[in-house]
Design a protein around this ligand. Structure first.
Ligand code: NAP
Length: 361
């Protein structure tokens, strides 16, 4: 079969505070295949809050326009460059959310992602990418499911298992969560549901929050023990702490809200507990958030998370296969011609879990 030479791609022309400024460019030439590249037919793309923030001009890191947005996709390899021996055409893969970060700590040189404002994203029918940017995904997942596990799944994995909890003084070093720990997650978005699902499978007790009584069932279905409504209970962090043995507090909060939630997250944890800061969903309207000095009274550990390495991704894939873990995909899956609707849907927070665009739909 002849390989495609042209493709269609969505472009954000510039940041706008009133819309997403998305434009479909048709029949764009596909870049030629280098010896270390793969030609991909993109099958499904999942959206992240970052994609909205970049288009709305609220993303906290510098961005250059115009850009092809989005960073999460599954794909089929159509062709491989002359130097590639480990991947073959016909192999399903996903594109790693932090493809240069292979193992160990993140560095300036390895901090990069497709669709981050500097590297072209994946909202297109085909892409030529370095072969080192793709990875296999759990075999039991569909293309739609696989497109969701990159950024959100790996961020949740890193928050839970990336050795963020302190070891016992004088004993073992930092550790990830384990059976019997108590974890608090926030809302029913993608990172929160991955975190809740993974933590339950690891034997932790999970306390979840949501603003919507109707979405509680999604948390319960994952095995979340208690659900608090963060809109009705503004002191949800203290309430969560009261639900733990002796009122000591939770071991780990996976914080997705940022400035608007960190104050309560710090109140939820036990002494020497950890807050993994993954997101900024509460936006800028909540001011700068609590003072850094608030970590002192709880002897708190606060850890920022930027996705994770390929090594962590491989660990996650291994466990997802062992657990036969399936991500939560919102019941509405969009087609390639419905990208603006998909952005609006995520913006309105009508979704549960991941919002996905299926290219062939
Ligand atoms: N650090 C990284 O590498 C990385 C990777 C992926 C994502 N992120 C960031 O992590 C955050 C979450 O991403 P996501 O993909 O899970 O987003 P998402 O799917 O858009 O999450 C939306 C949901 O979060 C909940 N929510 C919104 N505001 C909240 C608040 N103030 N307090 C508690 N819950 C709130 C709501 O759940 P209810 O409707 O149930 O209330 C909402 O439906 C975003 O800021 C994203 O940019 C970071």
């Amino acid at each position: 079969m002849a390989l495609p030479t042209k493709t269609d791609e969505w472009v954000v022309k510039s940041a706008s505070s009133t819309n997403f400024n998305l434009h479909l460019s048709k029949s764009v030439p596909i870049q030629s295949l280098g010896p270390n590249d793969v030609l991909l037919e993109i099958k499904a793309i999942s959206l992240n809050y970052r994609d909205l923030a970049i288009a709305r001009g609220t993303y906290p890191l510098p961005t250059t326009f115009p850009l092809i947005p989005t960073s999460d996709a599954s794909a089929l390899i159509l062709a491989t460059g002359a130097a590639i021996t480990t991947l073959a055409p016909g192999t399903p893969v996903l594109i790693l959310p932090a493809p240069l970060h292979t193992t160990g700590p993140l560095t300036s040189a390895t901090h990069a992602a497709p669709g981050d404002g500097h590297h072209p994203g994946l909202l297109r029918r085909h892409a030529v990418l370095p072969a080192s940017w793709v990875a296999r995904y759990p075999a039991h997942l569909s293309y739609v499911e696989a497109a969701t596990i990159g950024a959100a799944g790996l961020t949740a994995w890193n928050a839970l298992f990336g050795a963020g909890l302190p070891g016992v003084a004088g004993g073992a070093g930092p550790r990830g969560i384990r059976a019997g720990d108590v974890v608090l997650t926030q809302g029913t978005g993608a990172v929160a549901l991955f975190a809740a699902g993974f933590a339950v499978r690891a034997g932790a007790r999970v306390i979840g929050t949501t603003s919507s009584a109707g979405k509680t069932r999604w948390l319960r279905a994952l095995g979340v023990a208690e659900v608090l409504n963060y809109r009705e209970d503004g002191r949800w962090g203290e309430t969560a702490r009261g639900l733990t043995a002796g009122g000591e507090g939770v071991d780990l909060v996976v914080d997705v809200g940022g400035a608007g939630t960190l104050g309560q997250s710090l109140r939820a944890i036990r002494y020497d507990g950890t807050v993994a800061v993954t997101g900024f969903l509460s936006g800028g309207e909540d001011g700068p958030g609590p003072s850094l000095m608030e970590v002192l009274p709880r002897a708190a550990n606060v850890r920022g998370i930027l996705a994770g390495s390929r090594a962590q991704y491989e660990e996650m894939v291994g466990k997802m296969e062992e657990w036969e873990f399936r991500p939560v995909v919102d019941e509405r899956v969009f087609g390639f011609g419905e990208v603006e609707e998909a952005y609006e849907y995520l913006w309105a927070q009508k979704h549960v879990g991941k919002v996905v665009i299926e290219v062939a739909k």
